[in-house]
Design a protein around this ligand. Structure first.
Ligand code: 7PJ
Length: 278
């Protein structure tokens, strides 16, 4: 399972880590830390050295209640960073955006995967992804970031999320994106209560058991804060536990802020999975 990300390979034949690179002043766990291209580049190199298989660059915070970023502002944040990274990194770069214009500009600048928390539902996004000819991650979200945590509501959360993701994947395939370029993500924390997030994790094997590899983002998320009463900076041990539990249930790509620790945790899972095959 080798994905061609604009000339660089993402090997999902075993679980891997996607390192988070937020170039925003307001992301919930690291807003402002890596806002300049120089700091962003150094952090990306550090994450690559620590085992990240791909670096996810995002210029719009999608934390609950975040304000939307205008197109030019988002381009000004992410394009210089992608340009700086693309000649210095060996691993592929992913662009975390909902905007088709940002997708096109980011791929032209060297990014190799589109990570869209809105599952390419913006007008023109599917067409942009078809034209870019790179892998796409389709994430489930109920509502939008401004209001999604107000009153999330599901019948059966696993079934609803699975049906949504498979329907979005079908739309993408009909538009010309090959199945081999599609990843799915249940979108932990995006319009979900703690109970709904736990329900999704408990049923994750159902979501992993499709034709498409599964990405999960659990790192530092507020469900940990709500379960344990911990601040963002204190959420690493629980984030690692959640990463391991997700990989045990079939997740192939784990989006994480703390790459070194997450990759260590996943390597133990991989060793165990390999031992089980022998
Ligand atoms: C996710 C994401 C996630 C994918 C964010 C945060 C909030 N992309 N972008 N999945 N979360 N695919 O970093 O916690 O869960 S932004």
């Amino acid at each position: 399972m080798q994905l061609d990300c604009n000339g660089r390979v993402l090997d999902l034949s075993r679980p891997q880590v996607m390192g988070v690179l937020n170039v925003t002043p307001d992301s919930f766990s690291d807003g402002g830390d890596f806002f300049s291209p120089e700091k962003a580049l150094q952090h990306a190199l550090d994450m690559q050295a620590a085992g990240a298989a791909i670096i996810d660059v995002g210029g719009e915070s999608t934390r609950p209640g975040a304000v939307q970023v205008q197109l030019q502002e988002e381009l000004d944040r992410v394009i210089p960073v992608i340009e700086a990274l693309q000649s210095r990194l060996d691993v592929p770069i992913s662009i975390d955006t909902q905007k088709p214009q940002v997708m096109r500009a980011a791929i032209a600048a060297g990014a190799g995967l589109i990570n869209d928390v809105n599952a390419l539902r913006a007008p023109g996004a599917v067409e942009a992804a078809v034209d870019c000819a790179v892998p796409v991650c389709l994430m489930h979200m109920q509502g939008d970031p401004r209001t999604m945590q107000a009153n999330p509501d599901y019948g059966d959360v696993v079934t609803e999320v699975r049906d949504f993701l498979l329907q979005r994947a079908a739309v993408c395939e009909q538009a010309g994106i090959p199945a081999s370029r599609i990843l799915l993500d249940p979108g932990f924390g995006f319009g979900k209560t703690v109970e709904q997030n736990l329900g999704l994790l408990a049923g994750l094997d159902t979501l992993a058991n499709t034709a498409y590899p599964l990405l999960v983002g659990l790192s530092r998320k507020s469900m940990i804060g709500q379960l344990l009463g911990l601040e963002v900076a204190e959420r690493l041990p629980a984030s690692l536990a959640l990463a391991v539990l997700a990989v045990e249930r079939g997740a192939r790509l784990v989006r994480a802020h703390d790459v070194a620790a997450t990759w260590q945790a996943l390597q133990v899972c991989i060793a165990l999975q390999e031992a089980g095959k022998r």
